[in-house]
Every structure is written in structure tokens, then in C-alpha cells.
Design a protein around this ligand. Sequence first.
Ligand code: GDP
Ligand code: MG
Length: 852
Amino acid sequence: MADSQIHVALAGNPNCGKTTLFNLITGANGYVGNWPGVTVEKKEAKLLSDKSVTITDLPGIYSLSPYSPEEQCSRDYLMSGEPDVVVQVIDATNLERNLYLALQVIETGLPVVAALNMADLVEKSGDKIDVKKLSDRLGCPVVMISALKNKSIDELFAQVKKSAATKGHVPEHKFDSAIEDVLTHIENLLPASVSAEKRRYYAVKLFERDEAACKLINLTKDHAERVEQLVAQCEKDCDDDAESIITGERYGVIAHIIDECLTKAPAKMSTSEKIDRVVTNRILGLPIFVVIMFAVYYIAVSTLGGTVTDFTNDQLFGTDGWFVLGQGRDAYDEAAGDYTQAQAEIAAFIDAADAKGIDVSAYNDAVDAEDGDAAADALKTIAAEPEAASVKGKVEEDEDAGTTAATVTASQAVKDLDVTEPDPADYGPFVPGITTAVHDALVAGGTEDGGLVDSLVCDGIVGGIGAIMGFVPQMFLLFVMLSFLEDCGYMARVAFIMDRIFRRFGLSGKSFIPMLVSSGCGVPGVMATKTIENEKDRRMTVMTTTFIPCGAKLPIIALLMGSIIGDSSTSARWISPLFYFLGVFAVIASGLMLKKTKLFAGRPTPFVMELPAYHFPAIRSWALHVWERCWAFIKKAGTVIFASTVVVWFLSNFGMFEGAFGYLPSMEGIPEEFMDYSVLAMLGNLVAWTFAPLGFSTWQATALTVSGLVAKENVVATAGSLLSVGDVGETDPSLWTAFAAMFPTMGACVAFGAFNLLCAPCFAAMGTIRNQMNSGKWTAIAIGYECAFAWVIGLIINQLYELIVLGQFGFWTIVAFVLLAGMLFQIFRPMPHFAWTDEDETNSSSVVNATA
Ligand code: GDP
Ligand code: MG
């Protein structure tokens, strides 16, 4: 049986609108994976309007040459026999560059339908394209569409189905007659097994000496030699190498086609070009960008996002709960305030009575036993004592505790007994926080209050997931704004502006967007590297992008600030940017060093990027973009982070005490600091020695690092419990003191911070790195490099501190200096011979304005 499925491949240059078209016609609910063996993304989905049509989105490329994995996969797929028809998407505002690839795809002999995209922009510019003539010259059907405006898509697919029924055709376009003669000769040498439509393709490939293609057709030795003779002779005649000859011929054909088919409107500067005059200006470009980014972060983190995040943390996932639409909140707050005041008054009265020598033990016992009735009775008994008449308790005014100043007599204390604790449910539609609700449900179901299950579920799972979910609103806003900037065309300009800076240290301007996204979360940040076409650049960006502090690392920074300078707020605000600079420094230093290693060496790919005209993004694709990123994060929170919080809970609550292994908090005679006996402590002790040269070899510090690998947001919470200061935040001074006491010197404390911020990211991000690299070896290289780099930086910081401030010198000081010298050498030495040479550097960045 023949396969009734039609396979359609979407081919085209980067930014020609393939993804927009793909999402439009498939609803974007297809399968996203990788092409076998490479990190190139493969997207596949069924046509919405006809399930018998499968669409495969090929990577955006400029040519079908075999130089990049993207080009290879595209070629392999086209020649694999699977696609029945190719939809060649062409950005009609940029015919010359787009036809270069189109001609090559047409040369494959496959049935091709050319989709001239961006019809709306062409119309707006006033240019005229003669579609009929273009179709004749290219030898394939041409349909003018607009993917963004959903125009003529049905017509395109009607044509696609017609073409799918054909077997393909011999390409129409002809090169210079001298070259055509040679190609005809080569075609005649091809084995008979090569079908008529593919003969020209292989003839051209043999001419270009394209090894990968040559391997596919087994020429006899005689014929191979004959081909080489012909090509060599032709090269001599033209005084050029074979590949350049073909490139030149293709552009010749294109120039001819454009001449015949395109009538340009008289040139006038488009709005986009006017905007770009300012926005990509050498001097103004960067400051404008900084201002925009500042606004984005201010909105996402400080104002709107911060409010929603507080709500998520305290009320939704915390223990506060909330009133639906705020109804009843005021009345409840007032009642709760009265209750707090009454309780404070009773406590003050008891203290004063105790001071007067009245026996209050009965009351205290009743309170300890949590027996409210007995406590009330005891209080009444105390109030009835004759000495009680002169007792005056004092309540201080305290805004934090919510009390006002009062003098409490015995009769007042008894009256206070009548003030009962208000139940929020009595005041309005009230929803308890998830933690409270889960806790109550568990206790009602018969689990022990504060026992193992309660602790695992409420502290471990709900608490852990809640901590992550708290980031979602901020991240959502951040991604809404970043995706808008991307989709409206601004980010392409930013990549261009940044390229001037980034290429100095071996990265592409396109590496910048992943880094921006990483400042929210490394998971979508690493995913955003997909848009970088060059594989080496992409790998390097994956390796370095998580050096940028993500949202979860901010509490660590605040904790460090508090511990180092005893202040996490106002006057010390300048410290926290230092850690961002550390991240940026790590990216730059790594770029400079890695580019000079064999793994990453290579000439810088010239920055070529069509700048799409500014436009308001299609809501659909914008929403999809935001959704993809948020969902990636939520999915990780629900799986990897869920699992890992359980693991951290287990590691810190289970352990060995007096020869028995078990759940520590319920063990007989266990001291308050039960974590000292936990598995986490054992693990910490096991690896602590590796950090001795960095100055922090206590198991606590190591255990914090381990819990940070699970999820960075664990570090502060774990520090609270490890150091027995309880469940306090990063802004609590008692945590600062305890934290600082863990380190022998301030240098060690900073080294710890540097190591934790730079070392491997959390498990979720590591998983994404694994997916993105699509190779175990490269994942190991990435994680290994990050950890090693972090360790070296930590070592240098600590040793320099010891040497300069404390005047200590030892073996590790020497090691630190050797490593520092090595790093500086690698950063500043000239490009080694196996990398690119200076002449190549003239490949400076260039940019093509698509609306020109
Ligand atoms: P890809 O790199 O080929 O996947 O291109 P995209 O689908 O990401 O599109 C690149 C840019 O072109 C996006 O900003 C799209 O919104 C825009 N775009 C795509 N199709 C059209 C179109 O028909 N008209 C206009 N005006 N813009 C389009
Ligand atoms: Mg795309």
C-alpha cells in the first residue's frame, strides 16, 4: 500500500517567516525534537485543515552547502526520499538573498512550491513582483502569501497538493554556457541509477567537489578522474575555484531573474529605517537599550511582578490565606488585631502577677498543655487572689507585634478572656493558603500533626513547589515583555548592537538574548540558544549563559550582602550588581578563553541577520512564545524540582543517630540541631575537603552547595535550618550572623558566594543543557567547565584575601597564582594558529535591512 500521507518540508532562510507559517498552519501543537545526532531542532506537525499532510520545519539556512549541521540536516532530509514536496518560503522583501537558497532547493529536483512570504510588506513598499514570470523562470509554482496576515494560505496548500502528485522536474534555470557544457558532460558520466530530476543536482555537487554528496553516488574510478579533469580545466579557464564558480553563476541567474520579475518602487526611507537610524546608532544604541531593559526589569521585578509574587508566597502557598476580592478583609483584620491585643494583655498581666510573687504555675502548666479552659480557670483564680488587686501589667506599643500601649488590671485580664480568636471564614468568602489547607486536610485524615508525613508534604513538597511558583508571576511578566521585544523586531537590533561588543570575546550577538532570558531563569535561557545558527557559538552560549544570576540566585546574593556588610538594603544596594558583574565577567572571560581552545576555535561567523520591519507582533505567536517559556519553567518545577525538594527534605531529615538510621526529628533524645546527624551532613563531610583551599571546608557550607545544585532557591532555606535559626528569610540579621560565622574569614565567605553563583546550575537547568546539547559528552564538558571555573575563581578570591589582608602564604597561594596567570595568558594571548587568522577578521558584522 502506498503511504497516503503527504510529507511537506518547509525550507527557507532564517527570519523568512517559516515558524510563523508553521504555527499558523499546524496550530503549533506538533512534535519538537532534534535531528538525529545534532542539536538542531526538528519540528513536525500535522496540517490543521488536513490531517493527511505532515509538515516538517527545516532549520533556517542560507545555503545547502555541507558546512553547518543545519545545512547538513536540511540536505539529508531533502534527499532522504521522505518529503513529497518542498515549500520554499521566500522573504519577498529580500529576494536576492532568499533566491540563493531557493535555487539550490529547486536544483534537488524535488517538487517545489515557492511561497513568496511577506506579501503585505511588499504591497506596502509599492514594489511589484511578477509572480507568473518568476514561476516560469524558477520552473516551479509560486504563490504570494502573508503568514502573518494569514493571506492566500489555502491557495498555497491547494498548489502543494497538486505538486505532491508529481515526481518533480528538471530545474529550468541555466548557468553560463561554458559551465553548462561541463555540467552536461558530468551528467552523462553519472550512473544510470540516478533519476532524471536528480542528475543536475549531482552534477553540480560533483562539480563543487562536495564530498558528502559524491559519496552517495558511486562513480567508477575512471569516471571520477574524468570529472576531476573537467572541473580542473574549468577552474583554470575561469581562474577561480569550483565552488566560487557555482556561487557566482547562481548570483548571476538571480540577478537576471530579479531584473525581469521585480519592479522596485522609487526608494524612500521606511519608518523602520528611520527608527533604526536612532535605535542602532553607534552611540545611542546601547543607552536606549539599557533604558528599555531597566524599565522591563523594574516592571517585572519591582512593581507589578513583586506584588503578585508576594501574594503567591504569603497567601496562596503560605499560611495567610486570602479573602476573595478582599471582601471581609478589613473586618477580619480588626478582629484579629483585638485578639492579638487581648493575648498580649493577658501575658502582661501574668508576668506582672508572677513578679508580685503570686503563684502562676497552674496557668503556665495549662498553657503548656494547650488546655484553654484550664488556662482560663487558672487565670480567674489568679485574678481572685487578694494581692492581684494591685497588679498592673504593662503592654508596650509595638507596631510589628500589632499591640498598643495599655495597663492591665486583673478585671481587664479576665475580660480579655472573652475575646476569642476570629475565624476568617466567618468574615467573608475566605480561602486558606494551600499549605494550611493541605495541613488541615492531613490532620483531619488522621496523620500526626507535625509528624513525618505532615512535614514531608507541607514543608517539603508544598513549600518547595510554592517557593518555585512564587517566581512564576515575575517570570511571566518578564517573558511577556521580552517576547514582545523579540517579536516586534527590536531584539534583532539588540543582537546587532551587542554583536559589536560580543564578537570581541568570541560570542555572537545572538548569544545575548539567551543571557537576558537567563536573568529570569536558566531553563528557558538555555532553550533560547536555539536561535543561534552556528553550532560552536550555540554550545559556548549554552555553557556560559547560566553564569548570569537567575531569579533564584538573588536571595543568595542578599544573604551574602547581609553577612558580608551586615546590611541587605538601602545603603548596600551597590553590592548586588557586583555579583551580576561577576556573572558577566565569567561569560566574557570564558568566551575569550574557550575561543582559543581547539573545541571552539573557528573563524567568527559574520553576523548576518535580516532585520524584520518593526511591527506589532501577532498576538498568537507572541502568546505562544511566552507560554513556551513559562511552561518550560513550570514543567521543571512540577517534575525535576518536585522530585529534588523531596530529596533535599529526605537528606536533611533522615540520618544516623546513636547507631540507628531513621527520621531524625522523632528520635529519642535527639538534640535540637538534628541536622548534624543527617545524610546531608554526611555528604557534606564527604566532599568538604575539596573546598578547603577556598576557605570553606565545613560540612554545612558544602551541604548548602549540594542543596543549591538541586535548586538554587534551596540555599537560603537550607541555611536557615542548618544553622538552627529557623525558617527565616535572607533579610533576617540572625541568619546573617550565623551564616557569617560559618566561614573563617570574609574572603572565604565571598569565595563561597562566587562558587555557588558560578558553579553548575540547578538540576532543572542541567537537564535543559543536556537536551540542548543533545550529547552526554558535551553536557559533561559544560557542567565540568562551569564547576572548574567556579572553583578556580573561588580559590583565587580566597587566596588573594588571605595573602593581601591576612598576610598568609602557602601552597595554595602558589596554585592560585599559577591558575590566575594561566587564565590571564589564555585571555590575552593572540589567537593560536589553528583558529582564524587576522585576515579573516575583515568579516565584520553586516546587516541587511529587510525593508530596504
Ligand atoms: P523564521 O526564522 O523563518 O522562523 O521566521 P519567523 O517566523 O520567526 O518570522 C520572522 C519575523 O518575520 C517575525 O517577526 C514575524 O512576525 C515576521 N513575519 C513572518 N511572516 C510575515 C508576514 O507575512 N508579514 C510580515 N509583515 N511579517 C512577517
Ligand atoms: Mg524559526
